[in-house]
Design a protein. Sequence first.
Length: 608
Amino acid sequence: MSVKGFGFKSLPLARYGEVPSILGLVGDVRGIDISGEMLAAARRFEEREPLGVRYEVGDLAELRPRERRFDIATGVQLLNYAVVLAQNPDYGMDDPALSEYGFRCESTGEEAETGPRVRITALLDPPVSFVWRCCAAGPDEGAHGELTGFSHRRFRSVTEFGLMHGHRPRTPETERSRRWFMNKALLAGGVAAMATMTGCSSSSSGTASSGSSAAPGGMPSGGPGGGGGGMGPGVSQTKYADVVGVTTDGEVVEDLYAIHSTDVSTDALVKAAQAFLDGLSTKERTSCTFDIDADEWTAWSNVDGYDRKGVRMGDLTEKQRALGYALLGRALSADGLARTRGIMKLNAFLGDSNGGNQKTLTEGHYFFTFMGTPSTTKPWGFQYEGHHVAINYFVLGDQVVMTPTFMGSEPTTATYKGEKITLFRPETKAGLAMVRSLTSAQRAKAVSSQSNGNEDMKAGAGQDNLKLAYEGVPGSGLGSAQREKLLDLVRVYVGYLDEGHAEVKMSEVEEHLDDTYFYWMGETEDDSAFYYRVHSPVVLIEYDAQAPLFYKGDTASTSPSSSASSDGGGMGMGGGTPSQEHIHTIVRTPNGGDYGVDLLKLHLANDH
């Protein structure tokens, strides 16, 4: 680490993109935060105006040993956001507590003309308390407060407490949950500094001021530390009862799906699911079972820090985990199971490359939930999700729907515990084979004149009612060999479903091949970072190569026990350039097919 400027070495712990950039003018700076989304925003500052600031994911409470000493460590405005809820005129004392983040917020019982008095206690040893008087204001004026009775024993200065921007009143429907707390805190104080304390990176309201822009279509980036409960920046959940499905114009194409026999037995799948549930304790089973039409179906995200329900694989016994993998083995093909396990392992690799100590970046931070009761005749399903994996699996008799299914990874190639893992090569090669087969005239339709960006995915988490018009070249405009390549491309993704049901799905895809569109953004070299989409009435596939947010460089030598270094594999700035080392994919069933919604409606309508 070279010292530059005045030799001023600093370890900023907050307000990335502002304070680190300023300090970068005079010294060697390392920015650390628990939120991947906020670090991505900071890296965009660095990309625009390079100052040599390096960023990495880390928990302020569990910093890994540094490779050298720093002159100072700065945590700007952390205390500001400890009182952010007291500033908010909406906040009630019965709302979620701050104790998880090292603060206690309690009413003094006193009401001033401008608002209630609140005592904020920093849970130090000994504790430090001060009284905050909330000063409510109109939505255009913001809100502020005044400190009284503040002890300076532990904090040398409190220079700014911020304003609340774009305030919206809370509605009765708003969830009283940790997720709700995160969103309110973002509204009150802004994303950047809030994330330093809580690891929060999302706001479903869309009113918070943030240095990190939401991905197109509301897709979370999936970077480490990407959530203190939220689904992703700008993303909000669609309630199950409100799911219409992905459409081209808001109008569902009717009569695409029907209840019928596939002649592919689900008996072994049902037994595997029941065996897993039977192996759980009563408490564990209660925590992971929901009604067949529960909102839990749509409450998934690929963000690592998302606040998930269900049973966590890392909390189960070895025998229970084996039953969980046995269930996945019945639901998925051999390739599908290997892909899922590979993503989990590279998630742990990513955590280990950053020094470990992050529960969300481990093999065990993946969750099972069940909707309905496993049955060969009645509807049921399960969800398996965590960082870069979200599998939604609906079963009705011998029919199966495995969408939405999100799979991704960063990095996509690494050696973990002696095992060389390479992911998404089939998806990459099949996409390139398809685009390279096109004639010049076909390419003019299929390949966008716009280059691909960092996050082009449209149909990610929270996009259950996405309106997405067809783009590209249709199957009706392809030759027979090209049509086969298009089917081969779709088969890569559908092939992660168990073999029998994958063939059933491919038959469905072939029926609509004329109306299946292929669309491409980006270059077409072997190592190019690109985006492509396959879209028909019955299938939507997206492949999106994104900028590596946290992993950099040599992936060949980093072992699970090694910490990241600045000149080998490990956490890094990413540089803002998309590459094949960070890939997101999604598969959906448009027009009401996701989560088996249309099949369930038909089942209930016919009193099955």
